[in-house]
Design a protein around this ligand. Structure first.
Ligand code: PLP
Length: 394
């Protein structure tokens, strides 16, 4: 039985999967079972923030695994408390952290905090949450409903929880607010929806308005967080102070972890929320190692430098191949090339893999780039050489 047959027979087929069998990774280079190398411009959808085989991360995981992998949240967990402090200090906000295991779960936590806030702070129970069209917030029944893409709300899984509505633009959010609105949930750069960033000014204006109205601003930083856009959080880059922030993808460097942080530290009390695995020794030790690596690179200016380098390469591609691309989109190392059609998008992703390069899709026509924050210039050069080979025949 081949690996592909085994997968098809025994794994539920919920993904339209590629069957290249990767067996090793070093930095931003992956090797398949035949020893062929691929440049990784996807980093496991923005997860492998410090690349593959990072020494600090693997050492931290191995050392922790030899000691304690897991003890329940009924006991205090030292690396969890350390990671919470570290995240709060890096963010610059006075917040408390709850640890979960994924982005969707972090957003579930955010929604629970908002709902209880709505119940306790207002005379009528406020419960409505406004999100944006083209947003993505997860795959659980609630977060799929929070996701502002109609295609996700298939009747297969109905009924969905009530209280979510979607607006076309930030401008439309103001009009949608009513006296049952408790929160607005947004990504500052929409990832899955097409690598679409919002203007700093319009976000700052919205944040100020929500604050004045007593409505919570929840920023989903599952993809934008952990230095992806250049600062520790995209909220730092936009210079806003959200009420609730969620993190996941890049935080554990590949070890599953999610986090919801809020300045409303006393909304949830004992018994209101919990998780068996969330914030265990292994995942939070991994998080600490990831932040050790990335904070050093940030402080030395290396992250800003690699962003600029990647951006220049991407701009050159957008310009040279303007028959294929409408424009370049995104921020930091969360980037996209908006193709002129979804056929072009599909062909580029397929051809890239043939040339030994992994890129992602986003939205209907965007080719997405989410490399590791630690990617080297040499790997960027090699990746774009392969990218050019992949698109030059189109
Ligand atoms: C990936 C993503 C999620 C979902 O994260 P999971 O870990 O897959 O549950 C939620 N929000 C955003 C913005 C994401 O990019």
């Amino acid at each position: 039985m081949t690996l592909e047959q085994q997968d098809k027979q025994y794994v539920l087929q919920t993904y339209a999967r590629d069957y290249t069998n990767f067996v090793k990774g070093v930095g931003s280079t992956l090797y398949d079972e035949n020893g062929r190398d691929y440049i990784d411009f996807a980093s496991g959808i923005g997860v492998n923030s410090v690349g593959h085989g990072n020494e600090k991360l693997t050492q931290a995981i191995c050392e922790q695994a030899k000691n304690i992998i897991h003890i329940s949240n009924l006991q205090v967990i030292e690396p969890q408390a350390k990671l919470a402090q570290r995240i709060v200090e890096l963010s610059g906000y006075d917040m408390g952290v709850f640890f979960a295991n994924s982005g969707a779960e972090a957003n579930e936590g955010a929604i629970k905090i908002a709902r209880k806030y709505g119940e306790t702070k207002f005379e009528n129970k406020r419960y409505k949450i406004i999100t944006l069209e083209h947003s993505f917030h997860g795959r659980t029944i609630t977060t799929v409903k929070a996701t502002g893409q109609e295609s996700f709300h298939t009747p297969h899984f109905s009924p969905y929880p009530a209280g979510f509505s979607y607006e076309k633009s930030i401008e439309d959010v103001y009009k949608a607010i009513d006296d049952e609105t408790v929160a607005v949930l947004i990504e500052l750069v929409q990832g899955e929806g097409g690598v679409q960033s919002f203007e700093k000014e319009e976000i700052q204006k919205l944040a100020a308005h929500l604050k004045a109205e007593g409505i919570l601003l929840i920023v989903d930083e599952v993809q934008t967080g952990v230095y992806r856009t250049g600062e520790f959080l995209a909220s730092n880059l936009y210079e806003i102070e959200p009420d609730i922030i969620t993190l996941a993808k890049g935080l554990g460097g590949g070890v599953p972890i999610g986090a919801v942080m809020t300045k409303h530290k006393d909304v949830l009390s004992a018994g209101d929320h919990g998780s068996t695995f969330g914030g265990n020794y292994l995942s939070t030790s991994a998080g600490l190692a990831v932040l050790d690596v990335l904070e050093g690179l940030y402080e030395s200016g290396a992250i800003a430098e690699v962003h600029l380098y990647f951006e220049q390469k991407l701009e050159a591609m957008a310009k040279k191949y303007n028959t294929l691309f409408k424009k370049e989109v995104g921020l930091g190392l969360m980037r996209g090339l908006r193709a002129k059609s979804s056929d072009i998008q599909g062909a580029i992703i397929k051809n890239s893999l043939k040339e030994g390069l992994i890129v992602l899709k986003a939205g209907r026509n965007t080719v997405r780039f989410l490399p590791s924050i630690t990617i080297s210039k040499n790997e960027i050069d090699k990746g774009f050489e392969r990218f050019e080979k992949a698109i030059s025949s189109l």
